[in-house]
Design a protein around this ligand. Structure first.
Ligand SMILES: NC(=O)c1ccc[n+]([C@@H]2O[C@H](COP(=O)([O-])OP(=O)(O)OC[C@H]3O[C@@H](n4cnc5c(N)ncnc54)[C@H](O)[C@@H]3O)[C@@H](O)[C@H]2O)c1
Ligand SMILES: [Zn+2]
Ligand SMILES: [Zn+2]
Length: 396
């Protein structure tokens, strides 16, 4: 089959690789009909995630049709021919974390040796196509995917809705939703969201859905005016950080106290809030003084009102420098974060989609054949051609 493989930093290719096979008795093979490129994949391509090996198949936002099931897959839950989305974290369904709906922290799906245990204290869940730190599972930017513990991890979908309405249930729609839902948003609340990429867009929609009074979206109007425009269409007030002072504008909008909730939907490759900060973080990462650029976390902590909440769906992987812990502590802030517990949110969000309360397809700007993945990575990474979200078509 064809698959997108990681070759080295800044280099992905589409290559012929062996078709996946049933390896364990509860596996299924899914023939993919749509599979997306995520901002998280850019962290792999840009060399921010260690433990990648040349030839690793990447991708973790797929949907498709079940082609084959292993002999122990529970047939009351999953059968050949079912249409499914596959959440990016792999759950076992039985450990303490899965039973408590904390799927991205599953204790059983990140196989030994637990690289994550060294770095994080305990290993977190396996993730499709996301380095050997998360289990080294083959990814989903491919024509077929092997799904372990398939009756737990494949989520059945209705047949009467388009792929583009459903495929984002695998990751970014639950991610935006969890980022907002974590913050107990009330009807008086001002919610500020950094980053108007696909995750930011779904965070904006989720904050609105959960009843925020004002949603503010922040990004760079010189680089990505189309993303700020999309945010305005969802009802957000926008701040262009290339020409406006984010802190001052947020104070104005929130009646002088700062937003109740600040959400970092940018992650480890943030641009600094000023040139000096950006150069500082770049030099620090080049010299291994930190592994990522936490500029948005710093700004969220600075801007949020006292006793407010900072929610961090943006991905971080290692060690960050100059996080203002003094402000965090003295302002009495709550921090919420995590890889998304996708399985938990699928039923509720699918219901919203069926009711027409949310139509996730609005983020799609490009649908291209899987064979064009390298070009698609290029335009998504460089923010060219108005690119906001790419869906790859494995059958084209
Ligand atoms: N927690 C999870 O489970 C989960 C799931 C999916 C994605 N993510 C993460 O969410 C983040 C966003 O993903 P995406 O697909 O939207 O990525 P993206 O790269 O398309 O979007 C990031 C946006 O942030 C903007 N940005 C950069 N620096 C900024 C700054 N200082 N202030 C404001 N905006 C800034 C960029 O211009 C860009 O528009 C990534 O870190 C990704 O890894 C997390
Ligand atoms: Zn993703
Ligand atoms: Zn588990």
């Amino acid at each position: 089959m064809k698959a997108t493989v990681w070759c080295a930093p800044y280099k992905v290719k589409v290559e012929e690789v062996p078709d996946p096979k049933i390896l364990n008795r509860r596996d299924a093979i899914v023939r993919l009909t749509s599979t997306c490129i995520c901002g998280s994949d850019l962290h792999l391509v840009d060399g921010f995630v260690p433990f990648m090996k040349p030839g690793d198949v990447i991708g973790h936002e797929p949907m498709g049709i079940v082609e084959e099931v292993g002999p122990d897959v529970d047939s009351s839950k999953l059968k050949k021919g079912d249409r499914v989305i596959v959440p990016f974290p792999i759950g076992c369904g039985e450990c303490w974390f899965c039973r408590n709906q904390l799927w991205s922290c599953c204790d059983n799906t990140n196989p030994k040796p637990y690289l994550g245990e060294e770095m994080f204290g305990q290993a977190t869940a396996g993730i499709f196509g996301y380095s050997h730190l998360t289990g080294g599972y083959a990814g989903a930017q491919a024509q077929y995917l092997r799904v372990p513990i398939a009756d737990v991890n494949c989520q059945k979908m209705p047949t009467d809705l388009d792929d583009h309405k459903l495929v984002f249930l695998s990751d970014i729609l639950p991610t935006g939703y969890m980022a907002a839902q974590h913050c107990n948003i009330g009807p008086e609340d001002v919610v500020a969201i950094w980053g108007c990429g696909p995750v930011g867009q779904f965070t904006i929609q989720s904050a609105k859905l959960l009843g925020a009074r004002i949603v503010v979206a922040i990004d760079n109007g010189r680089m990505v005016p189309e993303r700020l425009e999309m945010a305005r269409r969802s009802g957000a007030i926008t701040i262009d950080n290339s020409s406006e002072d984010v802190y001052e504008r947020l104070l104005d909008i929130s009646g002088g106290i700062g937003p109740d909730v600040c959400i970092d939907a940018v992650g480890m490759e943030a641009h600094g809030s000023n040139a000096l900060e950006h150069v500082y973080d770049k030099v620090k990462t080049w010299t291994f003084g930190e592994t990522e650029r936490p500029a948005v976390i710093r700004q969220c902590i600075e801007c949020v009102r006292k006793c407010g909440t900072v929610s961090i769906p943006g991905v971080y992987g290692g060690l960050s420098d100059k996080i203002p812990v003094g402000a965090l502590m003295n302002k009495g802030l709550t921090i919420k974060t995590g890889q998304t517990h996708v399985h938990k949110y699928v039923p509720e969000l699918l219901e919203f989609i069926k009711q027409g309360r949310i139509d996730p397809s609005f983020v799609v700007t490009h649908r291209v054949p899987l064979s064009e993945a390298p070009h698609a990575y290029h335009i998504f990474r460089e923010k060219l051609d108005g690119c906001i979200k790419v869906v790859l078509d494995p059958a084209a």
